[in-house]
Design a protein around this ligand. Structure first.
Ligand code: IMP
Ligand code: MG
Length: 420
């Protein structure tokens, strides 16, 4: 396969980075195409833990190039911090990291607006990561946003930033404008050698038959339109977003690998039909270290929802899927799998997402026996306890896709591919 998309298929935090990292050894280019540093991609290798926010996690492989596509929004100051941290760990980024000139800029103003919007919404808040992601995307849509390319033209940048403030009803003085522009230009000085045209670079890479891996951030159920609106992120988190966010059409993808976790989690507000909040939830949260890697918030926990999973597989034309964190379920007596919803007295298998309908949705469960064994050393399906095998088969049947990769622990090595 020369081009593969690794896409989170639930509400994010499916341990995508672990899968990207696992596949990374056979990859020439890793590409981010949406989201920003609201993402937190954790990789554990050689006993060391790395958390990536804007930079593609492929950067850990010294020969892999990393592209940040036009669909990503970037806070230049946070990015510089992330670069500094990686460099202090001995990683070299020069001539390996390339950022598309069209990528949007997250300004300090966007963080302020994000915080303010959430405060104003109070009870109805979205539970954002407060990284300014939503306001940055909406400004780009309103055509008042700032893009990397604009930083090359200081006078133009000044007029654009002034316009942007005006758009938000804020008049800024000359001095305030300078305070905004000078640090931006300084950051740009340090970043400019990374700026390039990712669309062109991808066309070249494809021409050279390089192996390209697209790394999704967040998850498809957080997609701006197809997710549980309005409790979603502000970018497009779908297979089709690859083309929009890089210029490399999703039609060119050879393989879409969906990533699911053996149970569900969600951070932030919004519908979550299979949510549980009991001692099993606490146990899963502790064992799985289910705390946001960006915000540290405890993640909400729930049973695997095959209705949502099937919907996600369908809208993203998932070819194969990876199942992560199976080891976290070890030791549970019983595991529940949501196979349908009870909705106004009917049994349905359609994903319902309107907030006003959620109280009418009740998950219907099939119970599976758990397993006691520690499975973290298993490297094939046949080595897994029978109960775990049955659970995986059921998930495969319900979501109508092929299980290709299983992850049984945090380390790069604790992963295996199922031979077709
Ligand atoms: P925003 O993307 O910061 O605007 O947040 C919108 C919603 O998406 C909130 O529910 C966040 O918790 C969620 N979200 C954003 N990024 C991630 C992520 O990387 N993993 C999981 N949830 C996320
Ligand atoms: Mg995450």
């Amino acid at each position: 396969m020369s081009s593969t998309l690794v896409l989170g298929c639930m509400w994010g935090d499916e341990a995508k980075a672990k899968i990207v990292d696992y596949l990374g050894k056979d990859t020439d280019v890793v590409v981010r195409f949406q989201g920003g540093n609201n993402a937190g991609h954790t990789i554990v290798t050689g006993g060391k833990k790395y958390v990536f926010h804007a930079i593609p996690s492929g950067i850990l492989y010294p020969k892999t190039k990393c592209f940040i596509g036009s669909g990503v929004v970037i806070d230049p100051f946070d990015l510089l911090e992330e670069i500094k941290l990686l460099e202090s760990n001995g990683l070299k980024l020069d001539k390996r990291l390339f950022i598309d000139q069209r990528a949007g800029i997250v300004l300090p103003l966007h963080k302020i607006l994000d915080e303010r919007n959430e405060k104003r919404l109070a009870e109805a808040k979205i539970g954002t990561t407060k990284r300014g992601i939503g306001p940055a995307y909406s400004d780009l849509t309103a055509r008042v946003g700032i893009r990397f390319l604009d930083l090359a033209y200081p006078d133009y940048l000044k007029s654009r930033v002034t316009e942007l403030y005006r758009y938000h009803g804020i008049e800024i003085s000359k001095a305030e404008l300078e305070n905004e522009i000078v640090p931006l230009l300084k950051a740009m000085e340090k970043l400019k050698h990374y700026i390039n045209d990712v669309e062109v670079l991808l066309a070249i890479a494809e021409g050279n038959e390089e192996r390209i891996l697209f790394e999704g951030a967040q998850g498809a159920l957080l997609d701006l339109t197809y997710g549980s609106y309005p409790y979603v992120t502000s970018s497009r988190v779908m297979t089709d977003a690859v083309g929009i966010g890089t210029g490399f059409s999703a039609r060119n993808l050879d393989n879409v690998l969906g990533v699911y976790k053996a149970y569900c989690t969600r951070v932030g507000e919004g519908p979550f039909p299979t949510e549980i909040d009991d001692e099993i939830a606490t146990r899963i949260r502790t064992t799985g270290n289910e705390f946001g890697s960006t915000t540290g918030r405890p993640r909400r926990i729930g049973w695997f929802d095959t209705v949502a999973a099937k919907y996600s597989a369908r809208i993203n034309t998932v070819d194969n899927f990876a199942l992560t964190c199976l080891d976290v379920l070890s030791g549970l007596q019983q595991i529940k799998l949501c196979t349908a919803y009870k909705y106004h007295g009917h049994e349905i298998d359609l994903f319902i997402f309107h907030p006003m309908e959620m109280q009418n949705v009740k998950p219907i469960y099939e119970d599976f026996p758990g397993w006691e064994e520690d499975i973290s050393a298993c490297r094939s399906i046949g080595k897994l306890p029978k109960a775990a095998q049955l659970y995986l088969e059921a998930i495969e049947d319900y979501i109508k896709s092929n299980l290709m990769i299983v992850s049984v622990g945090k380390d790069r090595k604790q992963t295996f591919t199922i031979k077709p």
